[in-house]
Design a binder for this molecule. Structure first.
Ligand SMILES: Nc1ncnc2c1ncn2[C@@H]1O[C@H](COP(=O)(O)OP(=O)(O)OP(=O)(O)O)[C@@H](O)[C@H]1O
Length: 213
């Protein structure tokens, strides 16, 4: 069992609010791991630490055996949904994804089109993102996370605002990713998503990560 993400002895607090107290976590390769906990319990902060967006006060975070912030500023090969990406409001969905793809310069327009179609977004839609519905914006966020075929996905509330059919197809997509050996860490306020997808589930409870499944 290869550990893809590891937290070792991680402590994190904001202004006296202790979110994580000497926490360890191992995310094995090829699994879907769920993190649950009430609003404000620290799910997003946990994910941000995995991505190098924030750092623990103590302890270490490793992604594929490289310490984030030390051996590597940001982890490589990770697709991320945390908060809503800052889209360019006056551009279309396709144009936005194209701009983002230029950062890594790993995929061509065809790959972007394909990803949009998988998620039920029309790449030829001339609507600007500022006029997108909530669900369409969410699909665009998912598209940017997966379009580069990243082998690790960190998905904070990926199912937000999706309609019933879109939830079903995203679930199947994530299961297919797992079959390909991708590793996924996710959270959802819908327990059904967690039950359906996650083999390991941890609950944030009083600064600790309690394994509940
Ligand atoms: N940059 C920051 N500065 C100060 N406090 C912060 C910062 N980021 C997060 N927090 C606090 O940390 C706590 C955990 O926030 P976080 O967003 O991780 O919760 P969450 O479990 O994802 O909540 P939700 O279910 O509502 O999305 C909250 O009390 C939040 O106010």
């Amino acid at each position: 069992m290869t550990a893809v993400i590891e937290l070792k002895n991680v402590t994190k607090s904001y202004k006296g609010n202790l979110l994580f107290d000497a926490v360890d976590l191992t995310v094995p390769q090829g699994r879907i791991v769920g993190i649950v906990g009430p609003n404000g319990s620290g799910k997003s902060v946990l994910f941000k630490m995995m991505c190098g967006f924030v750092f623990p006060d103590h302890g270490e975070v490793y992604v594929e055996e490289k310490q984030i912030g030390k051996e590597q500023r940001f982890p490589e090969g990770v697709g991320i949904i945390i908060d809503r990406p800052g889209y360019i409001a006056n551009k279309t969905g396709f144009e936005n994804l194209k701009e983002l793809a230029q950062i890594q310069n790993q995929i061509d327009e065809e790959a972007i089109r394909k990803t949009m179609l998988i998620l039920g977004l029309n790449p030829d839609n001339s609507q600007k993102v500022k006029n997108y519905s909530l669900g369409m914006k969410q699909k665009l966020a998912i598209a940017q996370a997966i379009m580069e075929n990243q082998h690790i996905l960190i998905l904070d509330e990926a199912f937000n605002a999706l309609d019933h059919d879109s939830v079903e197809s995203l679930r199947e997509l994530l299961l297919a990713f797992r079959e390909e050996g991708k590793t996924i860490v996710m959270t959802s306020h819908n327990q059904e998503d967690i039950d359906y997808l996650c083999e390991d589930v941890y609950r944030i409870n009083r600064g600790k990560l309690e394994k509940i499944v």
